[in-house]
Ligand binder design. Structure first.
Ligand code: FAD
Ligand code: FES
Length: 284
């Protein structure tokens, strides 16, 4: 983990309310693993100083401005404007100063014996799946099932296709791809590839439905949770979720920012996922 005081290289709207930001971050790519995240702060913002968690979409290099200079290493995030912090972010421009902390958390692990990998993304939840797809696509059969409410929520599909990933799109209103929930596509794919392992990120109702389907079919599932986070480093306990088997007598709490954000689905108490964090008795 490193704190970067750095600048924005670009920040563009890619769909209504969705932005893609490239940030100069030397050395970040060598440390980042798929499923990890970063904490972003707008340096010029007034207190409370905003730090917001975002998945790492990808890392890369830009050609240097002049011969003999090193290439510019960047990290890219994709984000949706939903509130105070992200509304400030979407007004930022190339050259603006920002602060990053990362890479943070625990990323995805995969089982080398499972040839079929199914990635399920709901809306902005596709973000951590891109690096995962890049890591897996050379050796495994990778399929992306991407769902959104409307066509505006479907992002970066052509980039997955360029990697060589088979993609399936569904929207609730049928404005792009198949009409209906992405979980219906997942059921069909699991009939065809029952030995697959599944990786999912998206809204809580979608994750719960994916967990239901995978646990019924005894398919291995990892999920990336997007709990509210204040510090991102295990200090505030604002991001705890209940672990499987949690009871009042025998509490089990997991810090999403340290133990996650990626979890094996069976580690979680799914009846409590999506509950507001109130208090906790400790942090694993
Ligand atoms: C590990 C992790 C990775 C994330 N990756 C991405 C990403 O790649 N792209 C992206 O757009 N967003 C991502 N998020 C969510 C993002 O952090 C929030 O949207 C952002 O913090 C909202 O800040 P804000 O100040 O604009 O909103 P606020 O003003 O704080 O809140 C506005 C509204 O958004 C809701 N909200 C705030 N945080 C979250 C959250 N974590 N999950 C769901 N609803 C929330 C609030 O309840 C409120 O209704 C991620 C969250 C986590 C924990
Ligand atoms: S966000 Fe502070 S402990 Fe996880």
């Amino acid at each position: 983990m490193q704190n970067y005081k750095t600048i924005i290289l670009s920040n563009q709207e890619v769909s209504p309310d969705y932005f893609r930001m490239r940030i100069l971050a030397p050395g970040f790519g060598a440390k980042a693993k798929s499923g990890q995240f970063l904490m972003f702060r707008v340096q010029r913002s007034l207190p409370p100083l905003l730090r917001r968690p975002f998945g790492i979409f990808r890392t890369g290099h830009l050609a240097p401005d002049c011969e003999g200079m090193p290439p510019k290493e960047y990290v890219e995030i994709l984000y949706k404007c939903v509130g105070r912090g992200t509304n400030i972010m979407c007004e930022l421009h190339e050259g603006d100063h920002v602060e990053l902390l990362g890479p943070l958390g625990k990323g995805f692990e995969h089982d080398p014996d499972k040839q079929d990998k199914i990635l399920v993304g709901g809306g902005i939840g596709l973000v951590p799946l891109f690096m995962l797809a890049s890591e897996l696509v050379e050796e495994y059969n990778v399929r992306l099932l991407m769902g959104g409410r409307t066509r505006d929520d479907i992002l970066a599909v052509t980039e997955f296709e360029r990697l060589g990933v088979e993609t399936y799109v569904s929207t609730d209103d049928g404005s792009l791809g198949e009409e209906g929930f992405v979980t219906e596509v997942l059921k069909r794919k699991l009939k065809k590839y029952p030995e697959a392992e599944v990786f999912a990120c998206g809204p809580t109702p979608m994750l719960k439905a994916v967990n239901e389907i995978c646990s019924q079919q005894k398919v291995a599932l990892q999920v990336s949770l997007e709990e509210h986070m204040a510090c991102g480093v295990g200090a505030c306990l604002g991001c705890v979720v209940k672990g499987a088997g949690h009871t009042e007598e025998n509490p089990s709490y997991l810090c999403t920012c340290k133990v996650g954000p990626v979890f094996q689905a069976e580690r979680l108490d799914w009846s409590a996922i999506g509950e507001a964090n109130d208090s906790c008795g400790g942090c694993a």
